[in-house]
Design a protein around this ligand. Structure first.
Ligand SMILES: [Ca+2]
Length: 525
């Protein structure tokens, strides 16, 4: 059956079912603007004194700002897998690791929207990196790609695609009266950055708030400005998309969600379960359907978006989704803490890069409440970052720390001497249990897991986390580790040398395709 035929067949009955007693209402469009590697609170409306995010601020002002919005996993691929399937990473098999695949048994909400008559497409970074076809999926996870329109002369590190212009092409292709779902997957503020671009654009290094887990040095301040500059690029394209929708008269019938996949690419952020890795700047706007100007303190997870979008679209919710729709929070009004059951969130991490012998992961689970963060590290003898010896898929030690000037600076011997606390927090091993009092210790630096005064809280959170994981049938609870066996499906560049699905000759070819192949890499293959 062709797509158009399916759309024609489904459009009328689904629309009727969708509207229920409100048959005159149109189904909403959905715009999901998703930055890559942006931490809370890096938006103006969240109080950051440097970065300028007028478009995000507008969505928050005219809609809802979520103060406790968490990604399911602080790594590109598994974060996006959890978003699309509405499931935590321990319930999606090979979709739960970087460079994994998407097993077709877990329905993806964009496909369900398309089946319900939505026009779907994307620009930029979709579900990635990985091989979505490898397990048998036959449709792109996010529909048709729009990438023909390019930026005239982007700085280094800025994507060559003109996101907002490609969004206009997508809209021009929309069949008459069909609602749309569009995924704006910016590749910013992921590394690389053009060095010094932040300062040159007028951002003030003296005003940067440097969290205590990073060395407060001029080099780091300058690079944080470069990161901010890329957030601003994402925000400008979001602003253009909002303007386009407004001109078309479609803005108020569009459910706009702005968030990120995981935290900033520095240390103790991305690829960790501290707030720097998992807490996301998130705002949602939906015209008069969502009373604006509100801050919600309830805990929400990115696995909640799949059921939210399906409910908003009037499409059949999937029983496969574990998340809970945000529509009650969005449409009811009120602010602060609203639903008593939303008093915590659970996050997880298995494998980010291939940075330990034999593809060993750094397994973690965490529960975050308003007052505490409790992290369980299941293999505390391993290095969280991959450690100083193993040459990772990033072609460097400490593979779970993205390469760049920050990493170079952190690894200088004098940095360790000047900033011992930040160095240890960034690169040291971690005990089996961590407990932080987020009221007194916003940046989660002082581990209280061994503190007798906090023993009751530790035991309570440990038990609560385990109950949630057992109920969710997490293989870790039975001592199983399927993740180490999952392939690292990189097909070009140095990391492909760890791809077990390639034969040795293919791996060698992949290595030579790498721009900076090295012959001395330590490999378990
Ligand atoms: Ca990312």
């Amino acid at each position: 059956m062709s797509l158009m035929t399916r759309r024609e067949l489904l459009a009328v009955p689904v629309a009727a079912a969708a509207c229920g007693s409100h048959t005159s209402e149109r189904r909403p469009n959905i715009l999901l603007a998703y930055s890559d590697d942006q931490s809370y609170p890096h938006a103006s409306v969240l109080g950051d004194p440097v970065v300028r995010t007028p478009a995000f601020d507008r969505v928050a002002r005219e809609g809802v700002l979520f103060e406790h919005s968490y990604t399911a996993c602080p790594s590109c691929t598994p974060s996006r897998s959890a978003l699309l399937t509405g499931r935590p990473i321990w319930r999606i098999g090979e979709a739960g690791v970087l460079y994994g695949t998407l097993p077709p048994e877990y329905p993806l909400f964009p496909h369900l929207l398309e089946d319900a008559g939505y026009h779907i497409g994307f620009v930029g970074k979709p579900w990635a990196p990985g091989d979505w076809r490898a397990a048998g999926l036959t449709r792109h996870p996010l529909g048709t790609e729009y990438d023909a329109r390019l930026e005239p002369d982007p700085p280094d590190g800025i994507d060559t695609r003109d996101y907002a212009a490609n969004f206009e092409d997508f809209l021009a292709d929309r069949p008459d009266d069909a609602p749309f779902f569009f995924f704006f997957g910016a590749t910013e503020p992921h590394r690389d950055y053009e060095p010094g671009i932040g300062e040159r654009s007028g951002l003030d290094p003296d005003k940067v708030v440097v969290p205590p887990y990073l060395p407060d040095a001029p080099e780091v301040r300058s690079e944080l400005l470069d990161y901010y500059c890329e957030i601003e690029h994402f925000d400008r394209h979001l602003g253009r998309m909002l303007d386009t929708l407004e001109r078309m008269g479609e803005l108020d019938n569009t459910l706009v969600v702005v968030t990120s996949d995981n935290g900033m690419p520095f240390s103790r952020t991305k690829a960790t379960l501290y707030d720097g890795g998992t807490r996301m700047p998130t705002a949602v706007r939906w015209g008069s359907r969502v009373p604006g100007g509100r801050r919600i303190e309830d805990f929400t997870s990115h696995i909640d978006f799949a059921p939210t979008f399906l409910e908003a679209a009037g499409a059949d919710p999937s029983e496969s989704h574990d998340g809970r729709s945000l529509l009650p929070l969005l449409t009811a009004g009120g602010e602060g803490r609203l639903e008593p059951g939303r008093d915590h969130v659970v996050t997880a991490m298995e494998r980010h890069t291939w940075c330990r012998p034999d593809g060993a992961t750094y397994p973690m689970r965490a529960i975050r409440t308003h007052d505490f963060l409790y992290i369980r590290n299941y293999e505390p003898d391993r290095w969280p970052s991959g450690g100083p010896e193993f040459i990772s898929s990033n072609k460097a030690p400490h593979g779970d720390l993205d390469d760049g000037p920050f990493k170079d600076f952190l690894l200088l011997p004098e940095t360790r001497e000047r900033f011992p606390e930040a160095y240890e927090a960034s690169l040291g091993k971690r005990p089996a249990e961590e407990l932080y009092d987020c009221r007194a210790d916003l940046h989660q630096m002082k581990n209280l897991a061994d503190d007798p005064a906090h023993e009751t809280v530790r035991a309570e959170l440990s038990q609560r986390l385990e109950e949630i994981l057992r109920e969710g049938e997490d293989p870790r609870m039975d001592g199983l580790d399927p993740w180490q066996g999952y392939a690292y499906r990189q097909i070009d560049g140095f990391g492909a040398t760890f791809n077990r699905t390639l034969d040795p000759a293919e791996r060698e070819a992949a290595r030579t395709r790498s721009k900076h192949a090295v012959g001395h890499a330590k490999s378990d293959l």
